[in-house]
Write a protein that binds this ligand. Sequence first.
Ligand code: URA
Length: 250
Amino acid sequence: MNNSKISESIKLLHLFKENGVDELIANNPFNRIKNAEKIRKKDSLNNNDTINYDYSMHTDKINNIGSIAELRSYMSNFKGCDLYKSSTNMVFSDGNPESDIMLIGEAPGHDEDIQGKPFVGRSGKLLDKMLEAIELNREKVYIANIVPWRPPNNRRPTDEEIEICLPFVKKHIELINPKVLMLLGSTATFALLKNTEGITKIRGKWIDLNVNTITVPTLPTFHPAFLLRQPAQKKHVWEDLKSLKNKVSE
Ligand code: URA
C-alpha cells in the first residue's frame, strides 16, 4: 500500500470512529448455527483462540435445565453469542419469578447493560408507569428480554443472535410458567410468534403460544420505546393493558 492509500485509509477510520462505528458487519448474513461445525474445524486447524461453540449441544443442555438459577448460570457461562463480548453485564431478569404475568422486551440498552437489569432506562420508566396504570409494579410481574446482552450501539439484535438466544427465552418462559405473557414490541413478538403480519395488526390479539411443554396465552403490544417516539399510540397500549389485567383475573 502506498503512502496516499494509507493516509486515505486512516482518514476513513477516523470518520468511522467519529460516527460511532465500533464494529464491522459483513455484507451478507452468515448462518453460524448451520456452519458451527465448519467454523469449529477451521478454527481448530488455524489453532487460534476463537471460541469454538458446538451449537448442537446447546439445545440439549438447555432442555435439561430445571431451575431459574441453573438457567442464569448456564447463560452467564455461554460463549456462543458474540454479543456478550461487547456488553458490561448480562441482563437476565427483574421482578417476581412467582408472578402470573411475564413481560418480554427486545434487548438491554445502555442503562440496562450498566445496571444488569431490564427496563431501567427511559423506556423502563414508561413501562413502570404503564404497569402502575393497572395497579401493577415490578414486585407483581416478571420481566426478561429476547436477548440478554446489549447489542452494540443499541442496534436491533440480528436474526442469528435471536435464534441463538431463543432456546434461553423459551426455557425461561417454561420455568416461570406464567398465566399470561405480554410481548413488548415487534422483535419479541416476531421472535416468539413468527407472525407474518406487522405489530400494528397483531397487537392486542391474544394468541396461544406453545413453548416447550406449556401453552401460554400471549398478548403482543407496542414497545415502550416506540411509545416514547409516538405518544399517540399509547391509547392502544392502554387497551392492551386492560385486556391483560382482565385475562389474569379470569
Ligand atoms: N428495551 C428492551 O427491550 N429491553 C430493555 O431491557 C430495555 C429497553
